[in-house]
Design a protein around this ligand. Sequence first.
Ligand code: UDP
Length: 236
Amino acid sequence: MTGYKRVLLKLSGEVFGGGKVGVDPDVVQGIAREIAAVQRAGIQIAVVTGGGNFFRGAELQQRGMDRVRADYMGMLGIVMNCLALQDFLEKMGIDTRVQTAITMGQVAEPYIPRRAIRHMEKGRVVIFGAGMGMPFFSTDTVAVQRALESRCEVVLYDKSGVDGMYTADPKLDPTATKIDEITYDEAILQGLQIMDQTAFTLASENKLPMIVFGMAEEGSILRAVQGEKIGTLVHP
Ligand code: UDP
């Protein structure tokens, strides 16, 4: 069982809201506890949060809003999740830094990749917010980009509701079976889709492994980063 030294965790916005709009402090506290355990185990960790519990640009567009403006609203929503997570981590005695792709000096540092690496080396949890700072992207893609730029060995995707990748959508197809391990080429060949294609392609092209899992079980993040087989490992 080989563990990782530096990892990036992508949390969907949905998980912050506990299925509702806004932030559920009890849920965020639980997530913070899991991240704190990783940091205390001496593993460097950065987090990218989603924002679907507030706004998704594409959804607002369908309801008549301009896509670009709606996407910026989405990115601002993400920052609220970052601050909630930061709050609970700091209460647990974990040093954190939020770095946002849209500058907002009063609440966060700007995104400075080399500084983010330095923070992690010092044992701080870095939370990347406001997505890429650009409309038309998803935070799944941001997670791969930030993981690559900050030299993380693996990107972990929490996909609430499922515990990994399946041969088909388990909610629709009762014969679907869970995949423990797969290569990018096989996944693409089989047309398996669990996240946006840009993210998948970027990770594949740059040979960044990913673990797709669900956080339903307590301690699953720590176990995954320590090398236990949890969820689905997608590798080059
Ligand atoms: N977003 C964006 N650019 C980015 C990242 C996010 O425009 O680089 C916007 C987009 O509108 C998206 C929203 O922020 O719908 C929330 O992010 P996402 O949908 O990825 O969150 P999740 O589904 O992970 O909760």
